[in-house]
Design a protein around this ligand. Structure first.
Ligand SMILES: [Zn+2]
Length: 223
């Protein structure tokens, strides 16, 4: 599935043979069948925290790889400002963000990998913050680096990954609807009011499977 092996940060491994590894394999198998709605659902009898943990690690790994393929294009010069409230370049901000996520995933008290070790009470709120921040990286790639993504033929991979991510956060209400509106998110995060969002149903309608993002009349992606 993944053509590139270059990642931005080291890949976060889920140990083979563990229950979480089985959950990951289950998700991959369902994804392979092409049914993303099914792939995000909590498997019967499984713990929601553990399911969210496994998928959060997986999304981190996916974004890590996707951003890893375009880091050469994301520079102080190309992306001097990430967004209005954050006064630093995108590469600096994304580096900080991904390191922060990595630290959370590596924290055994937050993301216990051993069977029988309970998840902390604040697990869901930490997971929500992680997913909200990872969304910003998708948004940045779509907005600023979609051309190299096409050139590198990573477009289908990016779209599938993004769609999977959106379906997952929708399924468990993990990101506030307002945060997920591509219009608001992209305008707020990226500061370039060039988006015309044809369907703002992202995060709104579970029956709506199509997400279209256009900019200045240019067809960007249909997931
Ligand atoms: Zn950039």
């Amino acid at each position: 599935l993944l053509r590139s092996s270059k990642t931005f940060k080291p890949k976060k491994n889920i140990p083979e043979g563990s229950h979480q590894y089985e959950l990951l394999k289950h998700a991959e198998a369902t994804l392979g069948s092409g049914n993303l709605r099914m792939a995000v659902m909590l498997p019967e009898g499984e713990d929601l925290n553990e399911w969210v943990a496994v998928n959060t690690v997986d999304f981190f790994n996916q974004i890590n790889m996707l951003y890893g393929t375009i880091t050469n294009f994301c520079t102080e010069e190309s992306c001097p400002v990430m967004s209005k409230p954050i006064k630093c370049s995108a590469p600096k901000y994304i580096d900080y963000l991904m390191t922060w996520v990595q630290d959370q995933l590596d924290d055994e008290t937050l993301f216990p990998s051993k069977i029988g070790v309970p998840f902390p009470k604040n697990f869901m709120s930490v997971a929500k913050t992680i997913l909200k921040r990872l969304f910003r990286v998708y948004a940045h790639i779509y907005h600023q680096h979609f051309d190299p993504v096409i050139q590198l033929q990573e477009e289908a991979h990016l779209n599938t990954s993004f769609k999977h991510f959106i379906f997952f956060v929708q399924e468990f209400n993990l990101i506030d609807r307002r945060e997920l509106s591509p219009k608001d998110m992209f305008l707020k995060c990226l500061g370039r009011p060039t988006y015309e969002v044809q369907s703002t149903d992202i995060g709104l309608s579970r029956a709506q499977n199509n997400i279209r993002i256009t900019t200045q009349g240019t067809y960007w992606c249909m997931l």
